[in-house]
Design a protein around this ligand. Structure first.
Ligand SMILES: [Zn+2]
Length: 442
């Protein structure tokens, strides 16, 4: 049974303290916690990819283990300690144990000029070096005449069993999966150690959406919805490179991140820019104060993979960027708001419900349908707008318009239009055709 929760913020708080670097023991723990909250119906599974394995033009990084790390004055005063906060070292720092002068040490220190009391988060996953991150205040008061001992006992594990992990769960529509309808993918990354908004916020928002779709499933024949959790960019590349057969089936994606801070929601277009998914996002957000931005405008994330070269699945992203605490220890529970997390889930859920339940109705009839003879007549006294739209709707069953586009053109609500078109379907006057894929196959 999926674990229950009292608030999204409480799930976030459980994940927060973990040292979740891209491939690490705490990342595994985080992925297990995520799985515990996902609905049982999603059949959450973990996949592991061996370090060093080629994944398209990349390779899977090693597992990163930190036994201890600290900076001491030669007199033995510990000024920075990884045990206090995992942000104190540059992620994927090389091992070091050296005594250094200030001039030798300084190039290895990072602090934030803009937020002098926060520790910045830095990472060097591939062009490795070593370094410490500290508050500007600590940096300023370190004696320049002292010599310092820098110790990082880190290890890069290449055991194939301890490779990069990602977790996925799929929520199907009522009646089970329909292969021809394809899938939507919802992604959130789990890899920023000890930070809340970027991107545990996206993670808990996605969990909430998955639970809602399991509790109140999409109508029969809809797309299935795949929920994906793992390390940013490299995780998505590893996953897709190992599951290329999934790509042609993906019809659209939503990347969720930074959904918990007090800021208005921003949505980013797909690379296609005017795809159905873009228009659905616009439609869902029509009465919500929001920002609208270009594809991967900033910050750019996994949508560059999903919607990138050789994959090309239209993917939008939802976030509340920008915020000043970004990539520092100030990105913590203090700036997380339950109502913001929930609002983002509401919006994502509605975009998914429309996109995944949308289809292209194709007529089987000739001539205008004898409406009253088939109980399809809508009295203008009961529904003026729908009555006025019937003829226009019927003219759009040629296999070129999806329900959403028909609703858009006749100016009606999506769900109302869908409900009416479903009556034509029930009589056998239209057959549903799936939303075509735009995925690249190579
Ligand atoms: Zn980030």
């Amino acid at each position: 049974m999926a674990k229950s929760y009292s608030s999204l913020k409480s799930v976030l708080a459980e994940l927060l303290p973990l040292h979740r670097t891209i491939v690490s023991d705490d990342m595994d723990k985080a992925l297990e916690i995520v799985g515990a909250y996902l609905p049982d119906a999603a059949e959450y599974t973990l996949e592991t990819y061996a370090p060093g394995a080629p994944i398209w033009t990349w390779r899977v990084p090693e597992r990163y283990v930190v036994h201890e790390a600290y900076l001491e004055t030669e007199g033995g005063e510990r000024v920075v300690d990884f045990a206090d906060n995992p942000l104190h070292i540059i992620s994927y720092s090389l091992p070091v144990d050296k005594v250094l002068t200030w001039d030798e040490l300084e190039p290895h220190l990072r602090y934030s000029e803009k937020r002098p009391t926060a520790i910045p988060w830095e990472f060097k996953y591939y062009e490795r070096d070593w370094g410490f991150c500290l508050t500007k205040e600590t940096f300023d008061r370190l004696p320049r005449a002292e010599r310092y001992r820098a110790v990082i006992r880190s290890e890069f594990v290449t055991d194939p069993e301890q490779g990069l992990r990602v977790g996925t769960g799929v929520v199907h529509p009522e009646g089970g999966p329909v292969n021809a309808s394809g899938e939507m993918i919802v992604q959130a990354h789990t890899c920023h150690p000890m930070q809340a908004n970027d991107d545990l916020a996206g993670v808990v928002t996605a969990i909430e959406v998955a639970r809602r779709l399991a509790e109140d499933p999409l109508p029969p024949g809809s797309m299935s919805v795949r929920f994906w959790f793992g390390p940013e960019t490299i995780g998505t590349i590893a996953y897709l490179a190992h599951n290329e057969d999934l790509i042609p089936n993906l019809r659209g994606g939503i990347f969720l991140e930074m959904t918990g801070n007090k800021n208005k929601l921003a949505w980013h277009h797909s690379r296609q820019h005017d795809h159905l998914l873009d228009r659905i996002a616009q439609y869902v957000l029509r009465d919500t104060e929001h920002e609208e931005r270009d594809f991967a405008a900033a910050p750019a994330n996994d949508e560059r993979v999903i919607n990138g070269p050789g994959v090309n699945v239209p993917c939008i992203s939802l976030n509340r960027w920008p915020y000043d605490e970004y990539h520092t220890t100030d990105d913590n529970l203090d700036i997380m708001h339950e109502d913001m997390l929930v609002e983002a889930a509401d919006v994502a859920e509605e975009i998914i419900r429309i996109f995944a339940s949308n289809y292209v109705p194709r007529r089987t009839f000739r001539g205008p349908v004898f409406l009253s003879g088939h109980d399809l007549w809508v009295d203008w006294r009961e529904d003026w707008a729908l009555n006025r739209a019937i003829e226009k709707i019927m003219m759009r069953f040629e296999g070129r318009h999806s329900i959403f586009e028909i609703a858009e053109e006749v100016g009606l609500d999506y769900w109302k239009t869908r409900e009416y078109i479903e009556e034509f379907r029930a009589k056998g006057f239209i057959v549903p055709q799936p939303i075509p894929s735009e995925a690249h196959t190579a």
